[in-house]
Design a binder for this molecule. Structure first.
Ligand code: SF4
Length: 376
């Protein structure tokens, strides 16, 4: 990746990107590394989802939806069924062995709200866990919002959980990237309706936008959409596991720069989370996840299941049944990259590396924006 914008440009050079990536790897995750203040565990509640987003590489399945997977590790392939509350409870026990002063639980899928019974059970168990010891606990769930009922919204409004809502642009973008999204016959399933209901119910939420290479230039319009939707906060991301050409990476970064400029000019009408630096490069996320069968792994093993299937085994951290302490159940970013290179073909590793470099470039761009654009 190298950029060729004439004149003064906020875009980093290839040498700067490589240097920053080396720094990120050797410093480890600022979110979840040894020096971070938080330990975070993600939970895969189900592999069922009513959508099939074109950039989603999770091995979704409707097989055994609604059935709790026994706490036995599936050694080959991807487990079917859902996370049982018993397995989730053991995962919480493991997280609570952490010595860190802050904890975080993130519910993921599939569509986690499809197992509402487990979701509510986990939130209650986590909050009241005897080994929490009064520590701040961040609770978050990722949802497409399509199936949320009024009663569920009311529950969430009363809960400390923060909803990460993923939408995919306007109606056109939705048709292109979310082919299963209920169409205009279901206006209540469209982003405008979902976000209006979240706001009316008083749920704490933020908008999560992920663009694939084909939509690399859409960030400014996604920002405008977030303003129209009255999103309290916005996170802009690029899709992992996909190859951005140099021109697409440049368009993505320039779009992000324009968003940061506009946000600063508007005096931050929403909480644009990209201002905060030090996010892990998207493909190499430092988080640990428990799968529906109780297997523990680095989250990229699940995020990339259909794209880089060999990463599941390479990113394994064993099984809940053999884990006594949370400490030591995650890999440093450097270790993760070593495991990645060993598991992928040279061509796959090159695509993976290009995503890491885009993350490092994004980090540098946000740092420059923070210095140049943000009023002090
Ligand atoms: S809503 Fe989420 S889990 Fe479902 S297909 Fe889209 S990205 Fe994947």
């Amino acid at each position: 990746m190298s950029f060729s914008v004439p004149g003064p440009s906020p875009l980093p050079t290839a040498a700067q990107i490589d240097r920053r990536l080396r720094q990120i790897l050797s410093a480890d995750s600022a979110q979840t590394g040894d020096n971070a203040h938080t330990d975070r565990l993600m939970m895969m509640l189900t592999r069922s989802c009513e959508l099939r987003c074109s950039y989603c590489f999770v091995a979704l399945s409707e097989m055994h939806y609604g059935q709790d997977h026994p706490p036995e590790r599936v050694t080959e392939g991807v487990p079917a069924g859902d996370l049982s509350l018993d397995t989730a409870s053991r995962a919480l026990d493991l997280l609570m062995t952490s010595e860190k002063p802050r904890l975080s639980v993130q519910l993921f899928g599939g569509e986690p709200t499809r197992r509402w019974d487990t979701l509510t059970g986990v939130l209650q168990l986590a909050e009241a866990h005897p080994r929490r010891g009064g520590r701040p606990l961040e609770l978050q769930l990722t949802t497409n919002g399509v199936g949320l009922s009024d009663a569920q919204l009311a529950f969430l409004a009363d809960s400390p959980a923060v909803v990460q809502l993923s939408v995919d642009g306007d109606a056109t973008g939705n048709r292109f990237r979310r082919p299963h999204l209920p169409s205009a016959q279901r206006p209540e399933a469209q982003p405008e309706a979902i976000t209006a209901r979240l706001n009316a119910a008083g749920v704490r939420w933020f908008l999560n936008v992920t663009v694939p290479p084909a939509a690399c230039d859409e960030l400014p319009e996604r920002y405008e959409q977030a303003l129209k939707l009255k999103a309290p906060a916005l996170q802009l991301n690029y899709a992992t596991g996909m190859r951005f050409s140099d021109a697409q990476a440049e368009a993505y970064l320039m779009g992000l720069w324009r968003v940061l400029e506009r946000d600063a000019q508007l005096h931050h009408p929403l909480n644009l989370m990209n201002w905060r630096n030090a996010a892990d490069p998207a493909p190499l996320c430092g988080d640990v996840i428990v799968d529906v069968d109780g297997a523990l792994m680095q989250v990229g093993g699940i995020f990339h299941e259909r794209r880089f299937p060999t990463l599941r085994a390479a990113y394994s951290h064993g099984h809940l049944s053999e884990a006594e302490r949370f400490e030591g159940r995650r890999a440093s970013l450097l270790e993760l990259w070593r495991r990645t290179k060993d598991a992928l073909s040279p061509e796959e590793a090159e695509v993976f590396l290009s995503g890491m470099r885009l993350g490092a470039a994004q980090d540098l761009l946000c740092r420059v924006a923070d210095r140049q654009l943000r009023p002090r």
